[in-house]
Design a protein around this ligand. Sequence first.
Ligand code: LLP
Length: 385
Amino acid sequence: MLSRKVREKLATHETPFYFYDIELLRATLAAVKAESEQYGYRVHYALKANFDPRIVDCIKAYGLGVDCVSGNEIRYAIEKGFSPKGIVFAGVGKSDDEIRYALEQGIFAFNCESAHELEIINELAAEMGKMADVALRINPDVDPMTHRYISTGQADSKFGISYKEIEEVADRLEALKNIRITGLHFHIGSQIREMRVFEYLCLRVNTLYEWFKNRGFHLSHINLGGGLGVDYEQPESEPTPNFKQYFAIFNRHLKIDPALEIHFELGRAIVAQCGELITRVLYNKVTAGGKQVAVVDASMTQLIRPALYQAHHAIENLSGGSDYKTYTIAGTACESSDIFADGIRLPHPRRGDLLSIKTAGAYGASMASRYNMHDLPAAIYSDEL
Ligand code: LLP
C-alpha cells in the first residue's frame, strides 16, 4: 500500500510507467541472501525477469550471480560489472556467435539443452582452443503444477536433455574433448506455489546425481534453476517470498555429496513484488452485456502477462473512493485479449484516476513491446521520487 505522499508524487508523472519500490527490493535481496547463505547456496539472478539498469545495480550490490539466456544478456551483465565466473548461460537455441562470445568471456557454465548443442559447443571451443565448462540441463519430467506456458520440465517440453537420452549422451561425451562436464542443471517451471513440487524435484535430482556419479562423472555443482512463485492475489500479505521455507526444502531433501556447490536461478521471486505498473483511466463505457469497462492508458505492450497467460494481477485505485463495483479494466492496444482484469472490484475508476497494477516487477517491463508503435514504458524509483 503506497503512502499518500507517494501517491501524490506519482500523480505528477506522465503515465503509464513502472514504479519500483527500491526499499522492498533491498529487503527481498537481503532475505534471499541470508536464507541461501546459511546453507552455502549460490543464487544467480535470472536477468530475463527484469533488466532495468537500476534494478540490476541493486541486485549486483548483493553479490548474486546472473542467469543469462542470450549473448546480449551476457554482454549486459558483464557491462554491469558482474564477474563472468558468476554467469550461467541457458537457452535451447544458443547461436554460434553467442557461444563464441560466452567462451571468450569464460563464463561459469553453459547450461546445455541437447546432445546436438553439446557437439556444436565442442566444435566451436576446439576452433578457439578453449575448454567449455558445461552443465547438462536434464529434463527431469516433474510437473510444476503451474500454467502450461511456463512449465519447462515435463517430458515433452522443448527444454533440456530428455532423461531417456542421458545414457546415449553420456556415451558420446568422451569424444567431446573440448567440453568439461562440471554440473547438472534443472529448471522445471515458473510461478511454482506448491512447495511439494520442489521436494519431488529433489528426489529426481538425487536419483540422477547418483546415476552420473556411478558413471564416473566428477561434478562440482548442481543447479536447481528458479521457479519460486509469488502471491499475485494478495501481494501485500507476502511482499517478500518465503525464501526460508524454499531453501530449507532443498537442504532437507537433496542427498548429494556436500562438496558439491548448489546453485539457484531466481527471477520472479526477487523482483515481482517491488514493481507496479501505474496507469491512468481514460474512458468509461458499458458494453451491451452490461459490463462496466474502464479503459486505461497502459496496455499489453507494457504488461503482457494478463493477455498472454490470463495472469491475475491485483489492481488498486490509487485515487481512492468508496463506491465499489465490478469492472473490466481494458488496455489501449488493438487486441481483444488486452484486458488487465475482468470482473474486478474497485472504487469507481473515473477519468484521470491513477490505477496500480501490482506484482509487475517480474516479466513486466522486460516483456514490453512496441506493438502499435507504443513507447516502451518509463521507470520511476521510490528513492528518486
Ligand atoms: N532459469 C531458467 C533456465 C529459466 O528459464 C527461468 C525462467 C528462470 C531460471 C527463472 O525463473 P523464475 O524464478 O523467474 O520463475 N514470462 C513468464 C515466465 C517465464 C519464465 C522463463 N524462464 C511469466 O511472466 O510468468
